[in-house]
Design a protein around this ligand. Structure first.
Ligand code: PBG
Length: 339
């Protein structure tokens, strides 16, 4: 070791990493509670919440339990939720008619939340997968192999109107059918719901990271033998290999009247978030999906990763990539430890 070795350089970036105080001053990106949207799961019944096995600390709530959960969320500063219903088998059908029932579980949950907490922003998921007997996001044609685009969009439009009438501030089509944003905008406007915004899942990829979510809402097909086989949604969700197609979808949605565009999942698609952000003037949302949540939890439980640091690093990376807002199951936990 030569302690006298000297570099004659004028630029030493490490000067800005010398203390916590200077690190704080030079921090380019911060995640705050104001950026976060909390996805929540709701089920039928009373007075109950059961933890989702593959998603530690995330519960399926009955409506009354959801209200208590919202109260807690508001107390820590979370002002936006995205409810997802776990629909009973009896309400699932080939034509997904329950999707636009004004008294559906999802619509009852939306009304209850808005009635008790008018200040809580409610983002309603618009897609048919909780309501179809097969779990696809649309109506199948006779071959049983292909989703009928336009028929599906007709139902989604009715569903969006019913959710907005139940009180949703924002409707969020997550199905990836063509032309749905325009059709939903028209349907909302015709029903005098001109102030209901549309958050379009524009670049929603056919991702394996949705696994735990499908367990949570019971849209996963039955386990075959020991290995679970998830539905193949590549006929409508985006090919993970494609970036241009994501821009195309985002621009189409912007053209059709979307108010916010979304990229989903988040961490494996940071490049897409950055590109979409660069190509639109709309706010960009990113959805850190169930698999992203569970993967951090699982390795933390094994002692392989530090839970808090990986969680916070994942979130800041999504913001740094260009997301203006993040849907994340970590919302509560993140705020508890970053007050
Ligand atoms: C379906 C939908 C999915 C998610 C939200 N809405 C999954 C799917 O396409 O099967 C996934 C969310 C998550 O994994 O956290 N409309």
């Amino acid at each position: 070791m030569n302690e006298n070795f000297k570099l004659y350089i004028s630029k030493r970036p490490r000067r800005l990493r010398k203390s916590q105080a200077i690190l704080n001053l030079c921090t380019e990106t911060r995640v705050s509670v104001q950026d976060l949207i909390l996805p929540v799961f709701v089920k039928e019944g009373l007075n109950g919440a059961d933890e989702i096995k593959s998603m530690p600390k995330i519960y399926r709530h009955t409506i009354d339990s959801l209200l208590r959960y919202c109260q807690k969320a508001l107390e820590v500063g979370i002002n936006a939720i995205a409810p997802f219903p776990m629909v009973d088998a009896i309400d699932k059908s080939l034509d997904a008619r329950e999707a636009h029932n004004p008294m559906s579980l999802a619509n009852r949950a939306i009304s209850a939340v808005k009635k008790h907490f008018p200040e809580m922003l409610v983002i309603a998921d618009i897609a048919l997968d909780p309501y179809t007997s097969h779990g696809h996001d649309g109506i199948l044609d006779e071959s049983g192999e292909w989703i009928l685009n336009d028929t599906t969009v007709g139902i989604l439009s009715d569903m969006a109107v019913s959710a907005a009438e139940a009180g949703a501030d924002i409707v969020a089509p997550s199905d990836m059918m063509d032309g749905r944003v325009g059709a939903i905008r028209e349907a909302l406007d015709e029903n005098n719901l001109t102030d209901t915004a549309i958050m379009a899942y524009s670049a929603k990829y056919a991702s394996a990271f949705y696994g735990p979510f499908r367990d949570a809402i019971g849209s996963a097909p039955k386990a075959k033998g020991k290995t679970k086989k998830y539905l193949d949604k590549r006929g409508y969700q985006l090919n993970p290999a494609n970036a241009n197609e994501a821009i195309k979808e985002a621009l189409l949605d912007e053209d059709e009247g979307a108010d916010i565009v979304m990229v989903k999942p988040a961490m494996a698609y940071l490049d897409i978030i950055a590109k979409v952000k660069a190509n639109t003037t709309l706010p960009v949302a990113a959805y850190q999906v169930s698999g992203e949540y569970s993967m951090i939890w699982a390795s933390a439980q094994k002692g392989w990763l530090d839970y808090q640091r990986t969680r916070d690093e994942a979130l800041v990376s999504i913001k740094r990539a260009g997301a203006d807002m993040i849907l994340t199951y970590f919302a509560n936990d993140f705020i508890e430890t970053n007050k």
